[in-house]
Design a protein around this ligand. Structure first.
Ligand SMILES: NC(=O)c1ccc[n+]([C@@H]2O[C@H](COP(=O)([O-])OP(=O)(O)OC[C@H]3O[C@@H](n4cnc5c(N)ncnc54)[C@H](O)[C@@H]3O)[C@@H](O)[C@H]2O)c1
Length: 383
């Protein structure tokens, strides 16, 4: 890219260094500064990138007029405060999943970004994962037929987080993938969870999701499991898919199903089972994070809406709130509901492309932004 976006990364714990590494290798970005409260972490990452400025004070990032965009990889409880400060200084913002601790905070961020004319993008990395995109293409092409059910296991031993439950840590992955695949938000959820190790902090959860289309999904999340599982099964009316993110054949398509036959007598149901070929599509070997960060930079420069849009980020947060409501009612079935009144305004024009933080919005930006406005949380089919 001829005009790379000048970026800073805040938060260099477990995940931030992955953002730094990918940005340093990306032609669409120029890594200008890194920031962490922890001097040792800052120094460790800084040593690898001697030309990059380092600071323990986020105010230095906000005040630095050379920085056009800030990537926030700090704990969830800090996302809104840091995101708002960056937006108010006219910088584009990428916020690691989950976008915020509540829908209200997420909408505050969206509204601030709209007012400032900057891009805000949540970091839902799996939307850029080649296996996830392959399955999306199969769904869009109608290869699987109607989606009947989906079940997912995302379990391993640790890492126990101290500020959020396993739901707020791991569910953003499954919820964003399901949103992308199905193009709809569940109408109802029910969930049970248990805090096995740290009191009051659930580390295992079983979540049921119901969709208007009739599809149902089950998501199992745990930090307390003997081995790592990243496995999702999609049962369609025509074919079935197993997506195993730990396998070197991550997507397998089963030409299998069950067909009811014409009953020969009244009340008699006869079924035909079909177990046909199993296909393992070729999957691109690209790091999803690199694709995601390129999308962030391109969306800034071209004023386009990233695949991991603010609308997806808000839907994911809304779903986790619904899960928490279900947990608070001992596993009751709760309605997910709709975004609050006024949310449309906050989402309006959230992806305004401006070349630099100092640049005034180009004429006509308002109209273009309005036409890009997300009318519903549906995720558009991949082009
Ligand atoms: N996209 C993914 O696949 C993925 C994977 C893991 C984590 N994450 C997300 O990344 C974020 C960070 O998670 P983590 O596991 O790296 O957390 P972590 O606790 O390991 O690291 C957070 C870092 O932020 C720093 N920090 C906190 N407040 C700060 C502030 N005000 N200014 C500067 N630095 C500050 C801390 O010192 C720490 O080094 C979370 O939102 C998490 O959900 C995303």
């Amino acid at each position: 890219m001829r005009n790379p976006v000048r970026v800073a990364v805040v938060g260099l714990g477990y995940w931030g260094p992955n953002l730094v590494r990918n940005l340093a290798e990306l032609d669409a970005a120029e890594l200008v500064a890194i920031c962490d409260l922890d001097r040792d972490r800052l120094a460790a990452v800084g040593r690898r990138y001697p030309a990059v400025r380092t600071t323990t004070d986020f105010e230095d990032i906000v005040a630095d007029t050379e920085i056009e965009a800030v990537l926030v990889a700090t704990p969830v409880s800090t996302h809104t405060e840091l995101g708002l400060a960056a937006i108010e200084s006219g910088k584009h913002v990428f916020i690691e999943k989950p976008l915020a601790s509540s829908t209200a905070e997420g909408l505050k961020l969206a509204e601030a970004a709209r007012k400032a004319g900057v891009l805000i993008m949540p970091g839902h990395t799996f939307l850029y994962s080649p296996p996830v995109r392959t399955i999306h293409k199969l769904l869009v092409a109608g290869e699987l037929g109607d989606v009947l059910s989906i079940s997912s296991s995302r379990v391993n031993l640790g890492l126990h987080q101290t500020d959020v439950s396993v739901v707020w840590d791991l569910a953003p992955h499954d919820f964003s993938i399901l949103q992308f695949w199905l193009g709809e938000t569940p109408t109802h959820v029910s969930a049970i969870a248990r805090a096995c190790i740290v009191p009051s902090l659930p580390d295992v959860a079983f979540i049921n999701l119901e969709y208007e289309s009739g599809a149902i999904a089950h998501v199992e999340l745990s930090w307390l499991a003997p081995s790592k599982l990243r496995r999702t099964t999609i049962v369609g009316s025509k074919k079935m898919v197993v997506y195993d993110d730990t396998s070197n054949e991550p997507v397998r398509v089963f030409d299998s199903g069950v067909m009811p036959r014409e009953p020969s007598t009244f009340g008699e149901y006869r079924l035909t089972y079909r177990a046909g070929d199993i296909l393992s599509p070729a999957i691109d070997a690209v790091e999803p994070l690199s694709l995601q960060l390129r999308d962030f930079c391109t969306s800034i420069r071209e004023g386009t809406t990233p695949r991991s849009s603010i609308a997806v980020g808000l839907e994911v947060v809304r779903l986790m709130e619904a899960v928490d409501r279900s947990l608070a009612s001992n596993g009751g079935r709760v309605a997910v509901g709709r975004l609050p009144i006024g949310a449309d305004d906050a989402l309006k024009g959230h992806s305004v492309g401006v070349g630099s933080p100092a640049a005034a919005p180009a004429p006509g930006v308002g109209e273009r932004a309005a036409s890009r406005r997300q009318k519903s949380p549906r995720v558009a089919a991949e082009s």
